[in-house]
Design a protein around this ligand. Structure first.
Ligand SMILES: Nc1ncnc2c1ncn2[C@@H]1O[C@H](COP(=O)(O)OP(=O)(O)OP(=O)(O)O)[C@@H](O)[C@H]1O
Ligand SMILES: [Mg+2]
Length: 266
């Protein structure tokens, strides 16, 4: 049954590679306007679930709906609509290495085949400004950028078409604490300015705490807990205990004060 408030809706999803069951009976609704974060151990199926939401992989059984459209039976126009209404930031930034910063961001705009080059130029410059990258970097190649800048340019490209829904795969992985903090600030600002719904996968506690409205924990082929950080931490499962404790300890070493309010798993 379609739920109008779900921008992404996963129903009775089952994923199996040979004998290996990755997901069994996953049900999930990402509400409009919320940031939902997926966490889980290595191999628990986070990336696979994200790729299924993006339509890059098919579940073995079950359904995924985006904006009320079922992924299973989309026609060409619907599939284009969905693509234009959502943006993705892949783990590695995934910029095209042979294209300049400008051309990377212009790509989704050019693919629309509706805008002239002058409009595209203006829109690209607006997006660069949005992610706090100076216009002097527009003609640089990805290889000449720092890791933090690559993330920002990739984010600018993900936002090129003013999406309603944004997928973030490990958005702060590989960034040092300072860059990570400013990237989180940026996402927070954009989120309220653009009224975004966000699905994020992360191993880092900092974006998890700063951005998530709800957290869904994947373990044992299921979503074993879903809710606020406090609610999820209360759930007695070995993964939850070890994940939140170990990440917490690591973060406390870096940043004593900020993390004291986080509830310790019992
Ligand atoms: N195309 C595939 N063929 C076979 N097995 C696959 C395929 N894609 C994923 N898997 C397996 O499914 C499981 C889930 O993989 P996935 O990449 O989704 O995990 P993850 O939760 O993202 O892990 P990590 O935290 O390490 O990124 C893994 O055991 C993986 O080996
Ligand atoms: Mg993964």
């Amino acid at each position: 049954m379609e739920n109008q408030n779900c921008i992404v809706e996963v129903e009775a999803l089952h994923t199996q590679f040979g004998d290996h069951v990755v997901h069994h009976d996953i049900n999930l609704c990402v509400n409009r306007g919320e940031v939902l974060t997926l966490v889980g151990g290595s191999g628990s199926g986070k990336t696979t679930l994200l790729r299924q939401m993006l339509g890059l992989e098919k579940p073995t059984h079950g359904s995924v709906r985006l904006f009320g459209y079922s992924r299973q039976n989309l026609n060409f126009t619907q599939s284009k609509t969905i693509r234009n209404r959502s943006g993705v930031l892949f783990q590695q930034g995934a910029l095209f290495s042979a294209l300049t910063v400008f051309d990377n961001i212009a790509l989704p705009l050019r693919e629309l085949r509706k805008l002239n080059e002058r409009t595209i130029r203006d829109l690209v410059m607006i997006k660069l400004k949005l992610v706090a990258i100076g216009p002097e970097h527009a003609n640089k190649m990805p290889a000449d950028l720092s890791g933090g800048m690559i993330k920002r340019v990739a984010l600018a490209r993900a936002l090129a078409l003013d999406p309603e829904l944004l997928f973030l795969d490990e958005p702060t992985a590989g960034l040092d604490p300072e860059l990570s903090e400013s990237f989180i600030e940026l996402i927070l600002t954009l989120r309220s300015e653009m009224n975004l719904s966000i699905v994020m996968v992360t191993h880092d506690l900092e974006p998890l705490v700063a951005l998530s409205d709800r957290i869904a924990v994947l373990a044992d082929q299921h979503i074993i807990a879903i809710g606020s950080l406090t609610e999820v931490c209360r759930y007695p499962h070995p993964f939850i205990k070890s994940f939140f404790k170990s990440v917490l300890n690591k973060q406390i070493k870096n940043k004593e004060a900020t993390w004291k309010t986080i509830p310790m798993p019992s």
